[in-house]
Write a protein that binds this ligand. Structure first.
Ligand code: G1P
Length: 293
């Protein structure tokens, strides 16, 4: 069974991005001319996802509005013959893809957020994309697409990882692959996974970076998962339980991540996406060069 559904947990209050996130969902801050969440949704669509499930909160309606149609604006653009702009906003979500939203009534953790999507996921395998992290791929095939291909072939869950500096392991889920070599673009069976370990207890410095391909079974395991690190229901703990029943692989990404939940990561994303922008890139590079003189 191939993977057609993706869960995007967007209910978090974004305290790392205050004061902006007091009234703007952190997923709606813009990188060049699109909100962060748009890049994550496009990544999912490029990987073959057909249903985006937002797990959201009442304070974050702007996200749902962004993916909805806006009749008055479309009508005005049509009448003013601004057809290029009209097309830009009408194709944010292409035909054949739909976006649905469910609410997370209480902030009980990432595992709980994923569980809130249970009735929409049903009995299918699904992807999870954490929208703080932008993944930029240079090759034609994106990492998520690669993970879905590995899943379809092997039916092993896929957890995307990348190397992080040792002092940062306590901020991430960390995987154990018993010291084996894992090349970019490849998957290897996991021996363990632990949420936010202490530096001296971490099994490696390969960190979970916010892309997962999981079977529906993990939802039943989440229902039995007790609060873990930080008193929250952790997706990592349900994945650790899943490992006792079936194969779970670590997939080493080949692209680059930008943590837009942090201020410096966000600035780095603006630089990178600005420089690569097809229309603005050249001028933007000049602008940076001039401002450094
Ligand atoms: C979550 C996950 C963690 C993962 C991280 C990636 O943590 O629980 O395993 O490494 O996302 O960004 P959070 O950042 O929500 O604390």
């Amino acid at each position: 069974m191939t993977v057609k559904k993706a869960v995007l947990p967007v209910a978090g209050l974004g305290t790392r991005f205050l004061p902006a996130s007091k009234s703007i969902p952190k997923e709606m801050v813009t990188v060049v001319d699109r909100p962060v969440i748009d890049y994550v949704v496009q990544e999912a669509i490029a990987a073959g996802i057909e249903q985006i499930i937002l797990v959201t909160h009442s304070s974050k309606r702007a996200i749902e509005d962004y993916f909805d149609s806006y009749y008055e604006l479309e009508d005005t653009l049509q009448k003013k013959n601004k057809l290029e702009l009209l097309e830009t906003i009408q194709t944010i979500i292409p035909k054949g893809v739909d976006v649905v939203a469910v609410r997370q009534p209480q902030p009980l953790g990432l595992g709980h957020a994923v569980l809130c999507a249970k009735s929409v996921i049903g009995n299918e395998p699904f992807a999870v994309l954490l929208p703080d992290v932008l993944v930029k791929n240079t090759s034609q095939q994106n990492d998520l697409q690669q993970m879905i291909a590995h899943y379809s072939e092997t039916h092993h869950s896929q957890i995307m990882v990348e190397q992080v500096p040792e002092q940062l392991v306590s901020q991430y889920g960390i995987v154990d692959i018993q010291g084996q070599q894992l090349e970019a673009g490849q998957s290897l069976q996991l021996k363990g996974i632990v949420e936010k370990p202490k530096v001296d207890e971490a099994p490696s410095s390969l960190a979970v970076v916010g892309r997962y391909v999981l079977p529906a079974r993990v939802l039943s395991l989440l229902e039995q998962t007790k609060p873990g690190a930080g008193g929250e229901i952790q997706l990592t703990d349900a994945i650790a339980a899943l490992m006792h029943e079936e194969f779970v692989d670590a997939y080493r990404m080949s692209g680059k991540t930008y943590d837009c939940g942090s201020k410096l990561g966000y600035l780095e994303a603006i630089l990178s996406y600005g420089i690569d922008h097809p229309q603005l890139g050249k001028d933007f590079i000049n602008l940076i060069q001039n401002s450094l003189k």
